[in-house]
Design a protein around this ligand. Structure first.
Ligand SMILES: [Fe+2]
Length: 249
């Protein structure tokens, strides 16, 4: 593959494994993560996504819903229990995501689902790329699914590229079913980081596409579910309803 239209790869990206070192969790990581999940005042409830978040690198206040573009980010006390994750981020993520976005560990309980949702506001849906960095620490990558009208079963599922970090679109409606009998843990970086326009990020995507284009999912041509407005977080929905009413009148 010689010529890659990296700009298009970035714009249409729904899913792409990254050309970054594989991460092989040590045997005791799962237990440490479970402890952090159970610890009082450690993991934060996220009702919208039916999961908990263990904060790793956040603004003050441990607020899972703090989407402000603040820059006073700090490593949390929880991050001290998982130094290998901090080390991975500093070594392999920070070089192309500078400054880093908010980092959490998403905890999805055994047999439960993060119901279909959209990880941004309607205002940002078309105007920003909403790329989200993910690395599954325990569980399967292919428990993630995108919703689209394009396929008969209305779902598109990525390949189960375990041990490999990946980039995904957080704006396309998606959900996750943890059908296993253990908690799924996913290291996640997102807002306010949103797909750097830096050379480092462009290069990362180009290298990753060159290596993993077989696993690349493009959202180009995907059709949004008709009721996708219902999938926005409650605080955003009313704005969209007003827009629809205005269009109809
Ligand atoms: Fe999500």
């Amino acid at each position: 593959m010689e010529n890659i239209n990296t700009e298009a790869v970035i714009k249409d990206l729904a899913f792409l494994p990254l050309d970054l070192p594989e991460f092989h969790p040590s045997p005791d990581l799962y237990d440490r993560l479970c402890k952090l999940y159970e610890l009082e005042n450690s993991a934060i409830d996220d009702d919208y996504r039916n999961c908990k978040h263990i904060p790793i690198y956040i603004t003050e206040g441990n607020d899972a819903n703090n989407y402000d573009d603040k820059t006073d980010y700090n490593w949390t006390s929880q991050s001290e229990e998982v130094p290998e994750l901090v080390d991975y981020i500093k070594t392999h993520v920070q070089p192309w995501a500078n400054p880093l976005g908010r980092i959490m560990i998403i905890c999805t309980r055994a047999g439960e689902e993060n119901p279909p949702h959209i990880d941004c506001s309607p205002d940002k849906f078309d105007k920003t790329l909403q790329h989200k960095w993910r690395m599954v620490l325990h569980g399967d990558v292919d428990s993630l699914y995108y919703i689209t009208e394009t396929t008969p079963d209305k779902e598109i599922i990525p390949a189960n590229v375990k041990e490999r970090p990946f980039m995904m679109s957080g704006s396309w409606p998606h959900g996750m079913r943890n059908n296993s009998n253990q908690m799924k843990f996913t290291l996640a970086m997102g807002s306010p980081w949103d797909a750097d326009t830096t050379d480092g990020y462009t290069q990362l995507i180009e290298n990753s596409f060159r290596k993993f284009n077989n696993y690349y999912l493009s959202k180009k041509g995907w059709l949004l579910p008709e009721d996708h407005v219902n999938l926005y977080e409650e605080k955003y929905k009313w704005k969209e309803y007003i827009k629809i009413i205005q269009l109809k009148t």
